[in-house]
Ligand binder design. Structure first.
Ligand code: FBP
Length: 547
């Protein structure tokens, strides 16, 4: 494998980890837990894994098994920086317990378990990937693990390879499935444990005990670097408004974090749009007013950040998506037989009159995405909707109308960008390198202590790594019931941006100034070597949340 100079030097980096898990470590059990909502339903669905205690690791005599055991690991869903470090943490963790322990990697995501596609991860392989971005060590995939037939096929390969535990590295949907699998294997007395690790650049898998999902830190730093560069370009040329869409699926955490790092003129937050019951026209008017105000001061340039999930939060469109989901779930068999060019007509005919009217008023590309293209978990593929272009066009039209009315004098030329894939495989920042490696070490300890249905947890993450708290959280404690594909299902509650939380409040207190003035911040590229003040900073979101 050819390597860059940075890769060669970076491979020598020794990730920092909580002092409590260096050397002999004992597990301490806390109080029993309850799910965040719908306790009775979740308890019924998870009779064996409901109510388990939160566990923490402390320095002390270990009661973990020293008998040899094998582990299988799966990377699930979208790439996030640091996945390779979770795997190296698991590898080092199980080898530290017993050098004969083996780690198998299932290939191409959860389907690798079902189809029995795997490799043994040896030290030669793992060493090649330490501190690198990407999921290419074993690949990832979006196959849903939810049928008992799949679980049984997985069981066959686990028995064949002597696998005692499976670690699923994934987002909220994949960890929900990890919990279902843990419950199934426990109910069937298979002896196979399942542990989850919180991954996603979207930052929406978090709660009191999981402070952040890995990959968010690095991805937002990469996007903030390029947003800063664009801001500087805008401020130099003074002739473009840049509309920048940012990944993050439904939640606007990525957009909010990038706004905190770069102070653009306008930032839209989907969760606020919903709370204020805003329409598409309200949003367009808000942007156009800021453009006009800057133009009045002679500034015909600016930057607008748009979360990719924005469209889902506009109340009228949210209602439309909900009806679409139910209607498509109820008519799936028939819908599958409809010819491609007839599908949109079919949808319009089967929607209520009000929603059909909204559906037909949307640009063709947007309505097609909402109706036809779903990922295997039933999510609308928001990254494919060109909201940044749509908004820029609509703002342009509004400004042209205002010009005629004499309400606006200025020039409005736009550029569009979408940042998402650019950041998902970046070399992990120090924070993600350390956090991920620690998550992997903790997952190994959870297995050695016989735990199943737990998510690996590392907290206190705004402090130096040595002071981080390591432990495990029962996945059932994070669950509630939500409608998926027309049916109520137990799922991990998605963490959306809290409008009364520290990060949003800081942003809201400053945004008017940022809109009118040109108060850009240029973060520059992630630094891997140098002063700690530059290299080891956690995200602004984490800092403001923990303050
Ligand atoms: P995960 O939730 O699986 O971590 O994926 C995150 C994400 O990057 C979203 O931000 C984005 O909407 C989606 O994946 C894109 O999916 P794909 O990689 O399948 O195009």
């Amino acid at each position: 494998m050819s390597k860059s100079a940075l890769q060669i030097e970076r491979s020598k980096y020794a990730p920092k980890m909580p002092a409590s898990i260096v050397g002999a470590t004992r597990l301490a059990e806390g109080k029993p837990t309850a799910s965040v909502a719908d306790q009775e339903d979740i308890k019924k669905l998870f009779p064996n894994t409901y109510g388990m205690p939160i566990v923490t690791f402390e320095k002390g005599e270990s009661a973990a098994t020293s008998e040899p055991f094998n582990v299988g690991v799966i990377l699930s869903g979208g790439q996030a920086p640091g996945g390779h470090n979770v795997i190296s943490g698991i590898f080092d963790g199980i080898k530290a317990l017993n050098k004969d322990n083996k780690l198998y990697g299932f290939l191409g995501g959860p389907s690798g378990l079902v189809d029995h596609k795997y490799i043994e991860l040896t030290s030669e392989i793992v060493d090649e990937y330490r501190n690198t971005g990407g999921f290419d060590i074993i690949g990832s995939g979006r196959t849903k693990l939810e049928e008992t037939e799949q679980f049984d096929k997985g069981l066959v390969i686990c028995k064949e390879l002597g696998i005692k535990a499976i670690i699923i590295i994934g987002g909220d949907d994949s960890n929900t499935n990890a919990c279902v699998l843990a419950e199934y294997y426990l109910a069937k007395n298979t002896g196979i444990q399942v542990i989850g690790c919180p991954k996603t650049i979207d930052g929406d898998l978090k709660n009191e005990m999981i402070e952040t999902s890995f990959g968010f830190d690095t991805a937002t730093k990469v996007y903030s670097e390029v947003i800063g560069n664009i801001e500087r370009d805008a401020n130099s040329a003074k002739k473009y408004w840049h509309f920048i869409k940012l990944m993050g699926r439904s939640a606007s955490h990525v957009t909010l974090e990038c706004a905190l790092q770069t102070q653009p003129n306008i930032t839209l937050i989907g969760e606020e749009v919903e709370a204020k019951q805003q329409t598409l026209d309200d949003i367009v008017t808000y942007i156009a007013e800021a453009v006009a105000a800057r133009a009045a001061k002679g500034n015909n340039f600016g930057t607008v950040l748009v979360p990719e999930g924005l469209i889902e939060f506009i109340p009228a469109i949210k209602k439309l998506i909900a009806e679409l989901n139910d209607m498509l779930a109820a008519n799936q068999a028939e819908f599958d037989t409809v010819a491609d060019d007839q599908k949109i007509d079919y949808v319009v005919k089967h929607l209520s009159a009000a929603n059909a009217a909204i559906f037909e008023s949307l640009p063709a590309g947007v309505s097609r995405q909402l109706a036809l293209e779903r990922d295997p978990h039933g999510n609308v593929q928001v990254s494919l909707i060109e909201t940044e272009q749509l908004l820029a066009d609509m703002v342009g039209k509004k400004l042209a109308a205002w010009k005629k009315e004499g309400k606006y004098v200025g020039k409005f030329s736009t550029q569009h960008h979408f940042f998402g894939y650019e950041g998902r495989c970046a070399a992990p920042s120090n924070f993600d390198a350390d956090y991920c490696y620690s998550l992997g070490r903790v997952a190994a300890l959870l297995i050695a202590n016989g735990k199943t249905g737990y998510m690996s947890s590392v907290r206190n993450t705004t402090k130096p790594a040595a002071e981080w708290l390591a432990g495990g959280i029962p996945i059932t404690a994070m669950m509630n019931m939500e409608k998926r594909n027309g049916k109520m299902k137990p799922v991990i509650q998605k963490a959306l941006v809290k409008l009364d939380g520290g990060p949003f409040k800081f942003f809201a207190a400053n945004r008017e100034k940022w809109a009118i003035d040109t108060d850009y911040v240029y973060p520059g590229p992630i630094q891997y070597f140098g002063p700690s003040a530059v290299c080891d900073q956690p995200s602004k979101t984490l800092k403001l949340e923990q303050e």
